[in-house]
Design a binder for this molecule. Structure first.
Ligand SMILES: Nc1ncnc2c1ncn2[C@@H]1O[C@H](COP(=O)(O)OP(=O)(O)OP(=O)(O)O)[C@@H](O)[C@H]1O
Ligand SMILES: [Mg+2]
Length: 457
């Protein structure tokens, strides 16, 4: 049996000040695989633990198959949890470890047959008679998975079950988890802060920030139609290029997006996606370009919908199957706070703001510090005053003047065969069909929310 899990406006407070989860609403269908994704401290484990019954909910409703579960103890919820640090009983063989929940359950079935079947499914038949201390990390992980699976629970709750493993083993077990959960058809909620893992496993991905659900969509949609700048920046490697910009809308001319040194002219007549930009005239916006939305080519090679800019080659990263070219285009990168480090959730209701910073709070960031790995949050929490509402998004500018020499602001994906000299000025084409624009609140305004089918905004 597999179950539906619903969270309706669920809030979790730890004490009076820590709002770990804030009005979280999510409906998970029977048999669905949902991944909770977000930076450290955003409340993922707390959501999972509330579903398991290991934490009380402070406010809101939690339903299993449409029934409130407040009175169900963890043991009565028929869920199996797998954690990052599995606790196997060291004095029991692996066979007994896997069979342990079955013996506790005493369901009448032959536990031995069930253990054998589970071990076959996980490919660990050969190690059943060893002890946990005689296993590699990956084998131990599978035994623990076996213990969760053998009971045939109605839900799996997994909290970063692979994060202690090396990359290769992680990828391998990731594929096994995908196969296993599909085979069993059991509702699964899986927590990770690794976006690649989330994208490869989830039927849907739920992205959280500071206790608040930002978006829940298929992996394809969270990448292609991120609802806000945080989701856009959290999903995708290399990270989406985010550039500060303004809309230039002359009365008698073509509208364009001003990227400081260069302009992206918009096609006339404006597409429905670009219509909303008109009302942003004169305001600051942030342009988002994924590394595949720009290609190295001359203006003469432009296809419909592509507009030319140019960039100075700063450096190249070879990745084997592709290369990433870092350009300086003379624009100013915008940085989303919270991606580098967790938001301090102790003060989420009263965001602090620099005096006189205006609606869009800005903090000066030394040029190049993003590349140097500086934490956004360190800088965000400068000398500040309290405001009543949280700033949804904070981004920062890279120095008061123009771009620093040596700072790259645009990463472009190319074939690994491309040879470019550092310092060369290279023609680029930007594909306007893959242009994202975010307003000062961090909301996506382009593509326009209303023209994206199936997206509820
Ligand atoms: N028992 C507790 N008492 C007080 N605060 C807590 C408690 N448990 C968690 N928190 C706080 O609640 C917030 C959410 O924690 P949670 O463990 O859910 O985050 P997470 O998204 O799982 O992070 P990570 O990726 O680091 O595991 C954090 O700021 C954390 O410090
Ligand atoms: Mg956690």
């Amino acid at each position: 049996m597999t179950r539906a899990i619903s969270l309706r406006n669920v809030t979790k407070m730890y004490g009076r000040n820590v709002r770990a989860v804030d009005r979280f609403t999510l409906d998970i269908s029977p048999g669905e695989f949902v991944v909770l994704l977000g930076p450290s401290g955003c409340g993922k484990s707390t959501v999972l633990r509330m579903i398991a019954g290991l934490e009380d909910i402070t406010d809101g409703e939690l339903l299993l198959d449409g029934e409130p579960v407040d009175d169900l103890a963890p043991g009565e919820r028929d869920m199996a949890m797998v954690f990052q640090n599995f606790a196997l009983y060291p004095s029991m063989t692996n066979r007994d470890n896997i069979g342990f929940p079955l013996r506790m359950e005493n369901s009448g079935d032959d536990p031995r047959a069930r253990v054998e079947a589970t071990a076959r499914m996980l490919g660990i038949e050969d190690i059943l008679d060893r002890y946990p201390s005689q296993l590699s990390g990956g084998e131990r992980q599978r035994v623990a998975m076996g213990r969760a699976v053998s009971r045939r629970p109605s839900c799996f709750l997994m909290d970063e079950p692979l994060s202690n493993l090396d990359a290769k083993l992680r990828n391998h077990l990731r594929a096994e988890i995908a196969r296993l959960t599909r085979e069993l058809g059991v509702t699964t909620v899986y927590v990770t802060h690794d976006q690649a893992e989330a994208m490869s496993l989830g039927d849907r991905v739920a992205i959280m920030r500071g206790g608040v659900l930002q978006q829940v969509s298929t992996p394809r949609d969270v990448y292609a139609v991120p609802e806000n700048i945080f989701v856009a920046a959290f999903i995708g490697t290399p990270r989406i290029n985010l550039l500060e910009a303004t809309v230039h809308a002359p009365l008698d001319g073509r509208m364009s997006i001003d990227l400081r040194r260069q302009r992206l002219p918009l096609p006339e007549p404006l597409s429905p996606d670009h219509q909303l930009l008109r009302i942003q005239q004169g305001r600051r916006i942030v342009v988002g370009l994924r590394s595949e939305a720009v290609r190295i080519a001359t203006p003469a090679e432009a296809r419909p919908g592509e507009v030319p800019i140019s960039g100075l080659v700063e450096h190249m990263e070879y990745q084997g199957h592709e290369a990433l070219v870092h350009f300086n285009t003379g624009s100013r990168p915008a940085v989303v706070a919270d991606l580098e480090a967790p938001r301090p959730v102790a003060v989420p209701r009263r965001r602090r703001r620099a005096p006189g910073a205006g609606v869009l709070s800005r903090w000066l960031e030394p040029a190049g510090s993003r590349a140097a790995g500086g934490s956004a949050s360190d800088r965000v929490m400068g000398p500040v005053v309290a405001v009543d509402e949280p700033e949804p998004y904070v981004w920062e500018r890279s120095g008061a003047g123009g771009p620093a020499a040596g700072a790259s602001d645009l990463v472009v994906r190319t074939s690994p065969d491309v040879q470019l000299q550092r310092g060369a000025q290279v023609p680029l084409l930007v594909d306007l069909a893959h242009l994202y624009v975010f307003d000062v609140e961090g909301r996506r305004i382009c593509p326009a929310p209303s023209v994206v089918p199936g997206l509820d905004v």
